[in-house]
Design a protein around this ligand. Structure first.
Ligand SMILES: *Cc1c(COP(=O)(O)O)cnc(C)c1O
Length: 396
């Protein structure tokens, strides 16, 4: 068989502005890092890169946890890794569900064989310690799982108070920081988080493919004292620890070039400084929010609990979801996210993540939205969104 006709066209991805729920805009320096020469996964140079990446991750997570590493896989792999290492068949786990990702954690925990108790809140709301009290008393969980930045609703979950309650009950706290890490403060040691996972493609300006995770000593003691082997060979942190630790025992081939990418992404975060990086996310969020308000568009999450990097907003009644999102993509090259689950067709999810959290993106989106909304006969003062965002940037 002649296979010459099997040649597909050369890659030519369209230029996009990624303002959805992830992946977000990749920083040019990260893209460049991905293309550097591949070395072996036990090459002394690679081991140095791993060490430095681990150190930069610890600093970003504000933790001294030795067991801080990047799982080869996306954020969901980190979710799976933290759950399957902590949970043995029949263990009790409480999962807080107020959106898609809490729901996913519940599914992962159930598949891992946990006896799962779900604590629910309506989408867009957050949990207060008293919401968990009953479940903690009744289920006596080994682990409590909660999502810090619920990407499906834009709700920002405070962790510190809930952590106190969880630890008073004797449970371990597992936190989903996939969308929060790099965009807002995540303080693993101060908040006493026992296990945490994130992802490379949200606020870290890196393509999808790596999932930073960290376990404290308490969590590691639980894992090292398991009665049964971790059900997943690939995600078993006791084995991964032998590669990431001083022994350097081969486990699986690390995705070398993705590590370069995350390494450069972390360099960028630390060059900017954590406080400046978080302040930048907040400023751009405030500008976008002011602009959207001028268009009569409001947020789904409660005031005071709105994530800066994920702006989940209500689509005005008279406006068609698909027409606007297709227009943004096809005429302006801008990707924003639609609503998931209960929010499908009702909500847009606008990301201001990592490199994407900048004034250029805010202005180009607001201008494009003004044009598309005007075409749908949505009423607003033309130019008002630009003026409102400008006022925020100029401190007025
Ligand atoms: C994106 C996301 C995930 C899943 O990460 P993937 O990289 O898509 O596997 C999990 N939790 C939250 C809160 C997310 O935003």
């Amino acid at each position: 068989m002649n296979t010459a006709s099997a040649v597909a066209p050369a890659l030519n991805p369209p230029v996009r502005i990624l303002m959805g729920p992830g992946p977000s805009d990749i920083h040019p320096r990260v893209l460049e890092a991905l293309g550097k020469g591949t070395v072996g996964h036990l090459d002394p140079y690679y081991l140095e890169i791993m060490n430095d990446m681990q150190r930069m991750l610890q600093a970003l997570l504000r933790t001294k946890n030795t067991m801080t590493l990047a799982i080869s896989g996306t954020g969901s792999a980190g979710m799976e890794a933290t759950v399957v290492n902590l949970i043995e068949l029949g263990d009790s786990m409480v999962v807080c569900v107020n959106g898609v990702f809490g729901g996913r954690m519940l599914d992962v925990a159930t598949r891992a064989g946990a006896k799962v108790t779900q604590v629910e809140k309506p989408w867009g709301q957050t949990f207060k310690p008293e919401d968990l009290q009953d479940a903690l008393q009744k289920a006596k969980p080994k682990v409590v799982g909660i999502v810090m930045a619920e990407t499906s609703t834009g709700a920002w979950q405070p962790i510190e108070e809930i952590s106190k309650l969880v630890h008073d009950s004797g449970a371990l706290l597992l936190v989903d920081a996939v969308t929060s890490l790099g965009g807002v403060n995540v303080d693993v040691d101060k908040w006493n988080i026992d296990a945490i996972y994130s992802g490379s493609q949200k606020c870290l300006s890196c393509p999808p493919g790596l999932s930073p995770v960290s376990f404290n000593q308490r969590a590691m003691d639980v894992i090292l004292n398991r009665k049964t082997k971790v059900q997943s060979w690939y995600l078993d942190v006791t084995m991964l620890a032998k590669y990431w630790g001083s022994e350097r025992v081969y486990h699986h081939t690390a995705p070398i070039n993705m590590t370069y990418g995350l390494y450069e992404a972390l360099r960028l975060v630390h060059e900017e400084g954590l406080e400046s990086c978080f302040a930048r996310h907040l400023l751009n969020h405030r500008a976008l929010k002011a602009g959207l308000a001028a268009l009569g568009i409001s947020y789904t999450a409660e005031e005071g609990h709105q994530l800066p990097m994920l702006n989940a907003v209500r689509i005005p009644d008279s406006v068609d979801d698909a027409t606007v999102r297709n227009g943004l993509l096809n005429r302006f090259g801008i990707e924003i996210g639609g609503g998931l689950g209960a929010f499908k067709g009702k909500v847009w999810r606008i990301g201001l993540m990592g490199y994407g959290a900048r004034a250029n993106n805010v202005f180009v989106l607001l201008s494009a939205l003004e044009q598309l909304l005007a075409e749908q006969n949505h009423r607003f003062d033309h130019g008002a969104s630009i003026a409102a965002a400008t006022a925020v940037y100029s401190g007025k």
